[in-house]
Structure formats: structure tokens, C-alpha cells
Design a binder for this molecule. Structure first.
Ligand SMILES: NC(=O)c1ccc[n+]([C@@H]2O[C@H](COP(=O)([O-])OP(=O)(O)OC[C@H]3O[C@@H](n4cnc5c(N)ncnc54)[C@H](OP(=O)(O)O)[C@@H]3O)[C@@H](O)[C@H]2O)c1
Length: 263
């Protein structure tokens, strides 16, 4: 790989695939991970031929230690300039009713895999005094709704960790940012069984494209923001929730989620 290198996890579809195209457009060679081999490889070939950059794809189930090791081994010694910890999936259901293996996988993919990848690429970034680390959290961390405890919990880790890490790196040329997207039209909700017909904007519920998430988050990165909440609608909602007294906040979100998200 001869150009600057961007590593993007979960680049098969959605937000990760949109970041991959954007960084290729900016002239980066890419190392992309995913699980759906055919789609990931097809995306990689398309990006390679469209943007004239090198793309390497790695099939990795990031809840498995040996697959994370495979990715770590591949990027070892490479001058990674951008790392985007984007891979993720959702689980719905009250915590005590959820399969514990799914919850552990959620933590592995959103906590262990990102910290291992970051820990490996950071020394080189610090030495070169240049680097970008983006961790994909979720707007959901600002909205306590039933059935979302484990997901919002691990995503809250990513935001909090990014903020602390950004402080550790404050005087260096390494930028760290957590992105908290709201509802985004990707494969994410379909994988959880949500009917695509329900993935439409209506009133308080507004859906974004993955391209908007990427565009707005990268603008925030340029502005030096440590937490990015793409979309004006999402920013307003989060600000309102932060101002509400706890009692009203929890009651309102509970009632709203019962009306809109219960099956
Ligand atoms: N869509 C939303 O409304 C929304 C909102 C807030 C935050 N997010 C977050 O945004 C990120 C990207 O999701 P998306 O919306 O773009 O959904 P997506 O289209 O389903 O993409 C998710 C990506 O993560 C990969 N992935 C999922 N589980 C994995 C695992 N166990 N091991 C390795 N890779 C795994 C998927 O790989 P394969 O498809 O190849 O299996 C895919 O490439 C996720 O972290 C998600 O939590 C999404």
C-alpha cells in the first residue's frame, strides 16, 4: 500500500461503506473488514476501480478473539493514518430476556475490538504526530428506552472512551471523535427484523442516509469536535433531553417508545 491508509471495520454496507468511499475519494488506500464476503469484496473492487486506490478486504467476526487477532496481525507495522471502529449490530429486548451470548458479542464488537485496534495503531500515530480515530457510537445513548440497555450501554462506552482518549491525546496531532448517529437507513434495522416500510421519517422520527452521517461527522472532525451528532433534528432532540428533569425524561421516553417501537 503506497498511499495513506484508512482501516474501516464493518464496511460491507451502510455507514462503514460510506466512510470507505469517502476516504477512497480522498486518496486513501483502504483496509476494510466485514463478514458478508461477497458484498465486501464486490464493494472493494468497485472502490478500487472508481478511485484508483488499493483496497484490501478482511473477513472478520469481531466478537471472536482470533478474528480480531487476524486484523491486528494484518495491520501490524503499517502506517495507519485513519481508524474507524464502525462494525456493530443491534439487539432488542429487555436485558434479562436476551441471550447472554448476544450481549457478550455486542460488548466484544463494540468494546474489546475497538480498544485492541486503537491500542495497536496509536503508538505509530503518536510517533508521526498524525492520525484520526473515529468510533461509531449512537444517538441512542442519549435516549433511555426499554429493550435498549445493552446496546446503549456499550455505545456509551465508545463515547466516553473517545472523550477520555481525546484528552490523553490533546497536545498531539491525533484526533479522536465519537459519532452518535440517529436513525440511519442502512442494513442495521432490517437485520433486527424491522420492516423497511417502517424505516421512514415521520414527525419526531427522522431517518438519515449514511452519506449524510459521514459528511456531517467529517465536518465536525475538521471543526475539532470530539463528539459528533449528525443531523439538526438529532442535535435538537439530544439538547432537549439533556435539559429535561430526570422524572419527565424517563416517563416521556418510555411512553414514546411504547407508542412507536413496540412490536
Ligand atoms: N443504522 C442506524 O440507525 C445506526 C444508528 C446509530 C448507530 N449505528 C451504528 O453504526 C454502525 C454501522 O452500522 P450500520 O447502520 O451501517 O449497519 P450495517 O449496514 O448493518 O453495517 C454494520 C457493519 O458492521 C459489521 N458487523 C456487524 N456485526 C459484526 C460482527 N459481530 N463482527 C464483525 N463485523 C460486524 C457488518 O458486517 P456484515 O454485514 O458483513 O455482517 C457491517 O459491515 C454500527 O456500529 C451501528 O451500531 C447505526
Amino acid at each position: 500500500m503506497e498511499n495513506k491508509i484508512a482501516v474501516i471495520t464493518g464496511a460491507t454496507s451502510g455507514i462503514g461503506a460510506a466512510y470507505a468511499k469517502e476516504f477512497a475519494r480522498r486518496g486513501y488506500d483502504l483496509i476494510l473488514t466485514g463478514r458478508r464476503k461477497e458484498i465486501l469484496e464486490r464493494n472493494g473492487e468497485q472502490i478500487q476501480s472508481t478511485y484508483g486506490v488499493q483496497v484490501h478486504t478482511l473477513i472478520a467476526e469481531l466478537s471472536k478473539e482470533e478474528d480480531v487477532e487476524k486484523v491486528l496481525e494484518f495491520i501490524k507495522g503499517k502506517e495507519v493514518e485513519v481508524l474507524i471502529n464502525n462494525a456493530g449490530f443491534g439487539i432488542v429486548g429487555r436485558f434479562y430476556e436476551t441471550d447472554i451470548n448476544s450481549v457478550c458479542s455486542l460488548a466484544d464488537v463494540n468494546v474489546l475490538a475497538p480498544i485492541k485496534l486503537i491500542h495497536q495503531v496509536l503508538p505509530g500515530m503518536i510517533q508521526r504526530d498524525k492520525g484520526i480515530i473515529i468510533n461509531i457510537s449512537s444517538e441512542g445513548i442519549y435516549m433511555a428506552v426499554p429493550g435498549n440497555a445493552a446496546y446503549s450501554g456499550v455505545k456509551a462506552f465508545l463515547k466516553s472512551f473517545s472523550e477520555g482518549l481525546a484528552m490523553d491525546l490533546y497536545k498531539t496531532g491525533v484526533k479522536v471523535m465519537a459519532v452518535c448517529p440517529g436513525l440511519t437507513n442502512t442494513d442495521f434495522h432490517g437485520k433486527m427484523g424491522l420492516d423497511p416500510a417502517r424505516q421512514v421519517s415521520k414527525g419526531m422520527i427522522q431517518w438519515m442516509s449514511p452519506e449524510i452521517v459521514v459528511k456531517e461527522s467529517l465536518k465536525d472532525l475538521e471543526k475539532g469536535r470530539i463528539v459528533s451528532i449528525p443531523g439538526l433534528h438529532a442535535k435538537i432532540l439530544v439538547s432537549i433531553f439533556r435539559l429535561l428533569p430526570g422524572k419527565i425524561y424517563y416517563k416521556m421516553l418510555y411512553q414514546f417508545s411504547q407508542k412507536n417501537f413496540s412490536k
